[in-house]
Design a protein around this ligand. Structure first.
Ligand SMILES: *[C@@H]1O[C@H](CO)[C@@H](O)[C@H](O)[C@H]1NC(C)=O
Ligand SMILES: *[C@@H]1O[C@H](CO)[C@@H](O)[C@H](O)[C@H]1NC(C)=O
Length: 492
């Protein structure tokens, strides 16, 4: 009797918090999907030609440069990493000698140092790195000189004109050799690279041509049943997103839903790029590699919830909508567990305000335990845990043979997946990104086929399903349409 009363009380208290009934999410859909990577969130390596029309396209936002004075043969350095003077006395370069470009236009740039301040020339004519937001005195012009043919390809001869004041003391040259040590080619870089006049037409043309209706027919005809569509946070302020992003990706996503419905495919909306960047990679839409998404006081987390709410409200009634992924690949180095967990709760609630049937996908953090969100997700209905499996991006795969890679899939990957796949409830498991590419030199077509088959077999155990990265890509093995057309992968 006592326990019965307690139960009634419990239900009475809890039910008003969950107005949408719980058990309506359908069981395991066994998704066989492909990612539409590089479509609504730019990735330069997927389609390099998108950047071809940009002036000085090797000097984009987030390009990491090192500057060596040609007069003294030493590298510029932000002393202490930032917050102090700029010196030109280092004989080798690493973090403090590396500057992140912010591009103002094709010839004017700001230089962000290790601790994120910007280089400027102070009233005394000394170069310092103290400004936390860049203005006119943090803006420099880079003037290229005709290259010396004997110089290494990665180096450019430049003169740096320090806004009319180049008095840097005795070792004060205004000529530097710029070496590029890192580049970014994401949505920020392409749109800011073209600038506000040209970017809208370039991006619209890309969105209209990169993925078209017949691609959805191809997917359907070849045994796929869903697409995972990476989108960027700016889509929610279409048609007038904040600069440099440009409007139009929302109309493209609308079309994806229409085509998905026509060919009987499901759609997973994947928030790949969150404001401030959740991982620093170019595919998160960021400017310079910083991870500022979860920074307290930035408002980025709250803004992201409104993006999820916007997207869910817009597509909740579409029968193709199967899932909303709250954020892609947050990186443990910059996003802590508690911040992400409270976002996952708020994002989940935002989805549930509009649909009881769409799954809500939580992405595992990069460089963290893949299962860390399972206990939390287990308390919520209709959740999915997304894990990404690449035999790449880690030195452990260096020098491996084809067979060693395949064995790894059959053994380690199978156990990793089993560890996040609970047959008795909890979140469903989703291998939301994988590819039949590796670091094997001289692999044969048959090696690739066996590698793809092994992964398909192991990943068929994921209780939500899997998604290949990606549909179209200039790198053949990364293009599922190429892999299917050329007989490397068959799903039929
Ligand atoms: C470079 O110059 C700064 C400022 O004069 C000095 O503090 C620092 O020790 C110098 N470093 C090297 C490696 O010479
Ligand atoms: C799928 O999971 C079951 C249960 O854990 C396991 O016995 C089986 O070996 C797995 N299959 C593959 C191909 O990994």
């Amino acid at each position: 009797m006592g326990s019965m009363r307690a139960l009634v009380f419990f239900l009475f208290l809890i039910s008003p918090l969950h107005p949408i009934s719980a058990a309506t999410v359908p069981p395991s859909p066994r998704i066989k999907a492909v990612n539409l990577g590089g479509w609504l969130v730019t990735e330069g390596w997927i389609k390099p030609s998108l950047f071809d029309g940009i002036a000085n396209k090797d000097l984009l936002d987030g390009t990491q440069v090192q500057l060596k004075s040609t007069a003294v043969g030493k590298y510029l350095c932000a002393e202490g990493g930032g917050g102090s003077v700029i010196v030109a006395n280092r004989s080798s370069a690493s973090g403090w000698e590396t500057f992140n470009l912010w591009r103002v236009d094709s010839t004017r740039f700001q230089f962000r140092v290790f601790l994120k301040q910007f280089v400027s020339v102070n009233a005394g004519g000394n170069a310092v790195a103290v400004a936390t937001t860049p203005g006119l005195s943090e803006t420099f012009e880079i003037v290229r000189r005709a290259g010396d043919p004997n110089r290494a390809k990665t180096e450019n001869s430049v003169t740096a004109d320090f806004v009319g004041n180049s008095n840097w003391g005795s070792d004060d040259p205004s000529v530097f050799l710029i070496t590029t040590v890192g580049t970014m080619r994401g949505e920020y870089q392409v749109t800011n690279g073209y600038g506000p006049i040209r970017a809208p037409a370039v991006m619209r043309n890309h969105w209209q041509s990169f993925i078209v209706e017949k691609d959805f027919k191809f997917m359907k005809d070849n045994g796929l049943n869903a697409v995972r569509v990476p989108v960027g946070w700016w889509i929610a302020s279409d048609p007038n997103p904040p600069a440099p992003y440009v409007g139009g990706s929302l109309a493209a996503l609308d079309k994806a839903f229409t085509w998905a419905e026509k060919y009987g495919l499901k759609v997973i909306i994947d928030l790949h790029a969150a404001p401030g960047s959740q991982n620093g990679y170019e595919h998160s839409g960021g400017r310079d590699g910083s991870i500022d998404w979860g920074v307290a006081g930035s408002g980025n987390v709250e803004k992201t919830v409104t993006v999820i709410e916007f997207l869910t409200r817009r597509y909740a009634a579409r029968r193709s909508l199967i899932a909303v992924e709250l954020i892609n690949e947050p990186r443990a180095e910059g996003v802590d567990f508690d911040t992400l967990k409270s976002y996952y709760q708020a994002g989940y609630d935002a989805v549930r305000r509009h649909t009881s049937t769409a799954y809500v996908i939580f992405s595992a953090r990069l460089s963290a335990d893949a299962g860390e969100f399972i206990p939390f997700a287990s308390g919520l209905d209709g959740t999915v845990l997304d894990v990404h499996y690449y035999n790449l991006f880690s030195s452990i795969f260096d020098g491996w043979t084809a067979q060693k890679n395949i064995d790894y899939v059959n053994n380690q990957r199978a156990s990793q997946l089993a560890a996040v796949t609970n047959p008795n409830g909890g979140p469903l498991s989703f291998v939301g990104e994988w590819v039949a590419e590796w670091n094997v030199n001289g692999a044969t077509a048959d090696d690739y086929r066996r590698f793809a088959e092994a992964q398909l077999k192991v990943f068929s155990n994921a209780s939500f399903g899997w998604a290949y990265w990606t549909y179209r890509n200039v790198n053949n093995h990364w293009s599922l349409s190429w892999m299917i057309t050329n007989g490397y992968i068959s799903l039929l």
